[in-house]
Design a protein around this ligand. Structure first.
Ligand code: ASP
Ligand code: MG
Length: 410
């Protein structure tokens, strides 16, 4: 008998019909002799609808009440699913974050899970009851409701799997797994059988939206293998797990892209100690995340600094830099929101040379200008003009022979 955590995303519980289908799968899993903990998202579109309501009332709604509002979608989905299970004759009980409790810090909208009390869950599981937990939400030590950031139910699921020492954590979604690239761009994109935690971490943070990045950090930290699969089919999905020697043989596992960033250049700032610190400190204080940074050495004692931020932060970041311009002795500030980051990821890059030069050659052959480059042990990212995103993804996917012969069906 195994303990399995199954998480179902919004589309998987998007209608009463879908909820019945999911209930059948859960019932079957339990009847095969397993203990089952289910984590749910809100029904698809619901969290956006709730966030929209809050936005109608306030320009900056994030905070305590915002979390009270946006966490409510999960209350409905867990209640409905538990009811559906009971109607089938499968004992089930729903739990909100504070009922478990799932304890977090007080960073509203991006709270971190600190502790999960598994006592109540374990007691119900011992009775053969399916435990249905609301994803995305927790409670702080003062009893305030918190949420974990968009897509946070993935993190709830992995954290619960870790706390319960589960045998398996399955993430059910509307795609069949993790692909070599976006099948909407490359029709021959191939589903990966396995990816390492580190590869998945890069892919998730680079824009592949299957898993919340923080959930992957969690699964890596506690070594919880995660199976990403579809709730619409019975096909085996992609296993995200610890790297082994087989994985390093595959040089490139996937190509991802992210159109969610923007670029800011500060022109001809003094090339002296402390400039970067002064430049980036106000951004940090404003809670703005800086991703790539490139500094060029000039010859007249000045230097150009270029960096990227998330697009929603662009205007705020640009304004802050503009305000500092004179202070820094900079000649000007330029911005560009029409960029995309295209990245290649693979555990095997650690032990294979020549991947970067091949990437640059392939892009050059298509006349695609690379504006910025950043690398890690297992990733190369290039910032290009947004209009070349699809072309860049396609030529790199081909060049590294990632496609399968079969065409993915929509
Ligand atoms: N319902 C939340 C959201 O839409 C959490 C999740 O789906 O994981 O972001
Ligand atoms: Mg999701």
């Amino acid at each position: 008998m195994a303990l399995i955590v199954q998480k179902y995303g919004g589309t998987s519980v998007g209608s009463i019909e879908r909820i019945k289908v999911v209930a059948e799968r859960i019932h079957r899993t339990r009847d095969e002799g397993n203990s089952v903990v289910v984590v749910l998202s809100a029904m698809s579109g619901e969290t956006n609808r709730l966030a929209g309501l809050a936005a109608e009332l306030s320009e900056n709604p994030e905070g305590r009440e915002y979390d009270v509002i946006v966490s409510s979608g999960e209350q409905i989905s867990i209640g409905l699913l538990s009811l559906a299970l009971r109607e089938r004759g499968c004992e089930a009980m729903s739990f909100l974050g504070h009922q478990v409790p799932i304890l977090t810090d007080t960073s509203y909208s991006s709270a971190r899970i600190e502790f999960i009390d598994t006592g109540k869950i374990t007691r119900e599981l011992d009775d053969g009851t399916v435990v249905v937990v609301a994803g995305f939400q927790g409670v702080d030590t003062l009893g305030n409701i918190t949420t974990l950031g968009r897509g946070g139910s993935d993190t709830t699921a992995v954290a619960l799997a870790a706390a319960l020492n589960a045998d398996l954590c399955e993430i059910y979604t509307d795609v069949e797994g993790v692909y070599t690239t976006d099948p909407n761009i490359c029709s021959n994109a191939r589903k990966l059988e396995r990816v390492s935690y580190d590869e998945m971490l890069e892919m998730a943070s680079l824009g592949a939206k299957v898993l919340q990045t923080r959930s992957v950090e969690f699964s890596k930290k506690y070594d919880i293998p995660v199976m990403v699969r579809s709730s619409f089919t019975d096909t085996v999905g992609t296993l995200v797990c610890k790297e082994d020697s087989e994985m390093e043989k595959v040089v490139v596992s996937g190509i991802t892209y992210n159109k969610g960033e923007a670029k800011i250049s500060v022109l001809q700032v003094q090339d002296s100690p402390g400039i970067a610190a002064r430049l980036f400190k106000p951004l940090t204080e404003a809670g703005i995340n800086v991703d790539m940074i490139v500094q060029n050495i000039g010859h007249d004692g000045t230097t150009d600094m270029t960096f990227t931020v998330n697009r929603p932060d662009y205007s705020k970041a640009f304004k802050l830099i503009e305000e500092m311009k004179d202070d820094l002795g900079a000649k000007g500030v330029e911005g560009d929101t029409g960029i995309a980051k295209v990245s290649i990821v693979g555990a095997g890059m650690k032990s294979h040379a020549g991947i970067a030069s091949k990437t640059f050659e392939v892009l050059a052959e298509e006349g695609i200008n690379i504006q910025m480059i950043s690398t890690s042990e297992i990733k190369i990212s290039c910032v290009v003009d947004e209009k070349y995103t699809e072309l860049a993804v396609r030529v790199l996917h081909d060049a590294f022979e990632l496609g399968s012969d079969e065409v993915v069906e929509e």
